[in-house]
Write a protein that binds this ligand. Structure first.
Ligand SMILES: *Cc1c(COP(=O)(O)O)cnc(C)c1O
Length: 367
């Protein structure tokens, strides 16, 4: 069977280095807020090109902490609005509602699956404070137009960079395009830990200080609490593993770009809508390779019968979730169509040529 993602195989590529740092960290007796975390934060900031990186417990916390910090700094307040793509993963939206901010859903572009920047301005009100862009599937969403809108209305641009570490817009890496960015190192992400982990990058010193305190019980000095904070820290073991894997992220992403190109050149079945390969290949790190089909469930069953595992990202749009009952009657037709038709093919750095060919052939034989 071709697995959707063979995490064991991916991590075993770096077995020796990872096992060494695991043992080293175990034996060090220091498990939180130590040298490993500091090192990973420095290396991540260097890689992204940002002044600061802060390790936190997971990607959702990274986003929650960014908005919570803006609230503590008086830049946002509960009831303010934040623009967010209607088809994002639920975590982007949870980070807003958790802070009492109001998510304003904007339809995606059907060709890129990312927020349609041309539809943002019409949703701006006096309460809008930020645009939360999500580089979905690993594809950059950014433009001069977006920058101009943010400037004109004095909005923060926050990136949900959970899926696009290593992607670039011109010479700027995702995570350094806006005012602050949240990362997830969930095991299945392009840079994955051995459990939960996340980070925030920013160039804003005040924001960095506030987030660090908030993530540590609201404390800037031991036993002195300036905020009603939370506990959201990256632990030393995860930081050590991530520090090893960060060195190879460009290589991992290049392998994904190569497979994406093979899929796009090889799959010729008119029943399958392929994603676009960007003119500048650095704009996409292919966290997911998402195709669309009118009879998605039938296609998924067909591939399963042929021992090819696929997943759906995501089967239910946020506005149709029970958690957001208040939105259930709203209509976002592009987003709904995407959720009905998308299917994610296996893509990763450990797929063999045979597996890639097999997937292409099976898809071309599908009737
Ligand atoms: C994975 C993901 C998150 C959440 O990250 P966790 O580490 O699982 O909390 C947020 N947004 C997007 C777009 C994601 O893909």
């Amino acid at each position: 069977m071709i697995k959707f993602l063979d995490l064991q195989k991916i991590n075993l590529k770096y077995q020796e280095e990872i096992e060494n740092v695991l043992i080293q960290t175990f034996r060090s007796g220091w498990y939180l807020l130590g040298e490993k975390t500091k090192s990973f934060e420095n290396n991540l900031a260097n890689y992204i090109g940002s002044k600061y990186a802060i390790g936190v417990a997971n990607g959702l916390d990274a986003l929650r902490l960014i908005f919570r910090a803006y609230i503590e700094l008086g830049i946002m307040k509960p009831g303010d609005e934040v623009i967010v793509p209607a088809n994002t993963y639920i975590a982007s939206i949870l980070a807003l509602s958790d802070n009492g901010l109001v998510p304003i859903l904007v339809e995606p572009d059907i060709n890129t699956y990312n927020i349609d920047i041309s539809k943002i301005e019409e949703k701006i009100t006096v309460k809008t404070r930020a645009v939360l862009i999500v580089h979905l599937q690993g594809k950059i969403v950014f433009s001069e137009e977006l920058k101009n809108i943010a400037q004109k209305y004095n909005l923060k641009i926050i990136e949900d960079n959970a899926q696009a570490i290593g992607a670039q817009w011109n010479d700027i890496k995702s995570g350094n395009l806006g005012d602050a960015s949240g990362f997830s190192f969930y095991p299945g992400k392009n840079l994955g830990a051995l459990g939960d982990a996340g980070a925030i990058t920013t160039n804003d010193k005040e924001l960095e200080k506030t987030i660090r305190a908030l993530a540590n019980y609201g404390s800037d000095k031991k036993y002195v609490n300036i905020y009603k904070g939370l506990n959201s820290r990256l632990d030393e073991i995860q930081a050590a593993v991530l520090d090893v894997k960060l060195k190879y992220i460009d290589h991992e992403n290049e392998m994904r770009q190569q497979i994406a190109k093979q899929f796009i050149n090889g799959i010729t079945n008119p029943k399958i809508i392929l994603p676009r390969y960007p003119d500048n290949k650095k704009e996409h790190v292919w966290h997911l390779f998402v195709i669309r089909s009118e009879e998605r469930n039938r296609l998924q069953n067909y591939l399963a019968e042929n021992n090819i595992q696929t997943l759906i990202h995501y089967p239910i749009p946020p506005h149709k979730q029970e958690a957001y009952k208040e939105w259930n009657t709203l209509s976002y037709p592009i987003s709904e169509k995407i959720h009905e038709q998308v299917l994610s093919l296996p893509i990763s750095s450990v797929m063999s040529e045979d597996e890639i060919e097999n997937i292409i052939n099976r898809l071309n034989l599908y009737q």
